[in-house]
Design a protein around this ligand. Sequence first.
Ligand SMILES: *Cc1c(COP(=O)(O)O)cnc(C)c1O
Length: 396
Amino acid sequence: MFPALLPTYNRTDVAFVRGEGSYLFAEDGKRYLDFGAGIAVNAFGHANARLVGALTKQAQTLWHTSNLYRVPGQESLSRKLVDNTFADTVFFTNSGTEAIELAIKMARRHHFANGNPERFHIVSFEGAFHGRTYAAINAGGNEKYLEGFGPRMPGFDQVALGDLEAVKKVIGPQTAAIIIEPLQGESGVKPAGPDFLRNLRKLCDDNGLLLIFDEIQTGLGRTGKFFAYEDLRIAPDIMTVAKALGGGFPVGAVLATAEAAKGMTVGTHGTTYGGNPLAMAVGNEAIDMILEPGFLDHVNKIANYLHQQLGALTAAHPGVFESVRGQGLMIGLKMKTDAPAFIAAARANGLVVLPAGDNVVRLLPPLTLSEAEAREGLELLNKTASQVEAQKAAAQ
Ligand SMILES: *Cc1c(COP(=O)(O)O)cnc(C)c1O
């Protein structure tokens, strides 16, 4: 019989039924330390009192109206995002991939408004992940995600990450924009590198292209800055945001300069649910928490501690780990042994970690992780590595 639940996921046989801070509890009562935070979503841990309070208060007042009317929560949240980033304007979506759709539409429409409708090509990079809607899989370019879904959408050119000459070669009179994750998540925590990103900015300026940063995973404190682009001393023209913005409540956003957004006039885009009062109540509270003095200092302190200790951990298990990479609390452990097997063993030990491409174990703990919890996670990683080593020795 065909499963009642569409079988597009190969799900792990565990059901979490309750969360508290950095911990998850399964149906059988077993407790797990959560170094996955959904997938970089639960940035404030589980059942965060402030987010629960904001959502509950809104739920008792008004759930939904429509974008036909003013939504005060959208006005305050867009103001906070504009005041604290490069952006002049914000549009709210329900998910990351919807933010990507709008970013692509906006970039194409910018050139249309400039009288250049032929400029609609988007340059993206190998290993990119931008979501699962039709334009997003075409931008991502992953054959596995494209196969069987009809013809490729026209107007996407993909080149190798870090290959500036290849980018220059592919840019032409048809090019509208370049889209890139400052630090690729799904492909295995792969940095684009500051020099490469700054060179892309220059290429865009020289050729009248828009630079789109997909900060759906890297944004909102994950790398230790409010947004990862701040470290580069350059800014994109358009930026997509989601994941941590709702701390688990579905919400995304597109941030843009006025110039980039100039084509998005009345009637050119819309959404039923995007930016509804529930999402905005949570988003406003989440942004307030991230921007509170000391929040990002805490992220950086815990991240420095983890990176330092993970360096020691990988050195202590050279047969298991190859290297540590990433930035802030977006960390990849490049494995020498099988990453999925390590993840299963860690889970059996009570630690949730995530897979990523390139045989990488990904660590994306809540940004509110305490030092004691970081230590506990390191101990569980160490225990798991020792078990994997012992199994490897026994098999030889
Ligand atoms: C998760 C993610 C997306 C897609 O977001 P959804 O909310 O799953 O649609 C897009 N880009 C990046 C970099 C992501 O990490």
